[in-house]
Design a protein around this ligand. Structure first.
Ligand code: PLP
Length: 427
């Protein structure tokens, strides 16, 4: 079965109590049957709160990065931990993505179960059980491949010992991770350390060095200069390791970086990689771009700096309902921390839909989420506003990863409110 057939099988899943927001009267239908009904998000039986994904915005964002990476000669492995939605992986691959990036072995299992052929595991991998499983999957299927990070001698030793003991035949591809500076996250801190790790990989036989990687999103005190300086160090490391013959067994040299905050810098620096002994594969890994957001990523998107290269649209709307209006300046919505992300900014009211006549108006100036409880949003209301108990409020959200992880089945909705499909997420 290829990836499209496995994705199509998701339409056969039964709709039931596992999926909040989804109509209770659809119990027992398959997801595909419910989608075929083309219900309205507003009067089709959906409960509040309900998270909706805009079909138009999704399509727009998928196109924006497809065109951007093509324009700058980058290959693309969008970070899948953002959505953990195999249907979105399939759409990204259909638009030419080289593979899917993931952070954790359990995420690799999800992608593998849906037939993603190529995975860039942007993380150190020393879990013996995961190494054995990945080794066995690669041995069983020549069309499946995983690339993982290494950043320590001990890590290389553990990986090698595990793969050898398991009798894994195919070498596991690895890249040396260069940390984004002192005090940054994972990754070797210096060139000599990177060279030592590369030498250790060469001595194993169970691992094959195929490139270098880093994450400029973790550059301490990031600004355009510091980020570019870090990316140039990363490219310099690839050249150093290449001169030392460390990519002797690789067909291509992978050089990978890039989230959704600095892909302009990645494009600049990666279009300037010096000639190496093998073709270079410059790999971008943005993930959050796919839904973008209304706050954090809206402020930091590189398209603010290079508007001529495109733009992104926030694809999420969390529809919640006013359940209490105890004071003129206070209202409470029935969506809280279990429904909305709050780690990179609070939700932002965007639209109010009257429960009296279904009319919509833009959220007034001053209508704000002051805080979130587990199941409530505390709204600050301008004193002259007519917001009533029963009204629906559409919240724009901040941070795609921590939105997707709260919603296992998300209605994909056209601008007129018609639900056309459902996106299933995994953890
Ligand atoms: C190593 C790595 N690569 C890529 C990304 C994707 O970045 P973004 O979520 O900004 O798209 C992340 C995000 O955390 C990351 O940790």
């Amino acid at each position: 079965m290829d990836i499209d057939e496995r994705i199509a099988a998701l339409d056969g899943e039964r709709v039931d109590h596992r999926f909040k927001g989804v109509p209770a009267d659809a119990e027992g239908l398959t997801v595909g049957e419910l989608a075929a009904q083309g219900r309205s998000l507003f009067d089709g039986g959906f409960g509040t709160p309900v998270l909706a994904l805009s079909e138009e915005a999704l399509e727009h964002n998928l196109t924006a990065l497809e065109e951007y990476t093509a324009k700058y000669g980058l290959r693309f492995a969008p970070h899948g931990k953002t959505s953990m939605a195999p249907q979105l992986f399939a759409r990204q691959l259909a638009r030419g993505a080289w593979g899917i990036t993931l952070a954790m072995p359990h995420q690799v299992r999800v992608a593998r179960a849906f037939g993603v052929p190529r995975i860039f595991l942007a993380n150190e991998l020393v879990d013996a059980a995961a190494l054995r499983w990945i080794g066995a999957e690669q041995d069983a299927d020549p069309d499946f491949s995983v690339v993982a990070y290494v950043d320590s001698l001990r890590g290389v030793e553990l990986m090698d010992a595990t793969l050898r003991a398991a009798g894994v035949r195919r070498a596991l591809d690895v890249v040396v991770e260069l940390g984004a500076g002192q005090g940054a996250r994972t990754g070797v801190r210096t060139g000599p350390e990177a060279e030592a790790v590369a030498a250790a990989v060469a001595a194993t036989g169970s691992l094959r060095l195929v490139g270098v990687a880093g994450y400029e999103g973790e550059v301490p005190g990031a600004d355009p200069e510091r980020v570019r300086a870090y990316l140039r160090r990363l490219v310099g490391l690839a050249a150093t390791l290449d001169r030392a013959g460390r990519f002797a067994d690789a067909a291509e040299i992978l050089v990978s970086a890039g989230g959704s905050a600095w892909f302009d810098a990645v494009a600049d620096v990666f279009t300037d990689v010096p000639e190496l002994s093998r073709p270079v594969l410059p790999l971008l890994r943005s993930g959050a771009y796919v839904t973008h957001d209304d706050d954090h990523y809206r402020q930091i998107t590189p398209f603010n700096r290079v508007p001529q290269d495109g733009d992104l649209q926030p694809a999420f709307r969390l529809w919640a309902q006013v359940v209490s209006r105890p004071a003129p300046d206070q209202a409470f919505l029935n969506a809280g921390k279990r429904d909305a992300p709050y780690d990179l900014g609070l939700p932002v009211p965007r639209t109010v839909r009257s429960a009296r006549d279904g009319s919509s108006r833009p959220a007034p100036e001053g209508l704000e989420v002051a805080k979130l409880s587990d199941q409530h949003a505390w709204l600050r209301v301008p004193s002259d506003d007519v917001l009533e108990v029963g009204d629906w409020v559409a919240l724009g959200l901040s941070h795609p990863c921590t939105t997707f992880d709260k919603w296992p089945l998300i209605p994909v909705t056209r601008a007129d409110g018609t639900v056309t499909s459902y996106v299933r997420t995994f953890f």
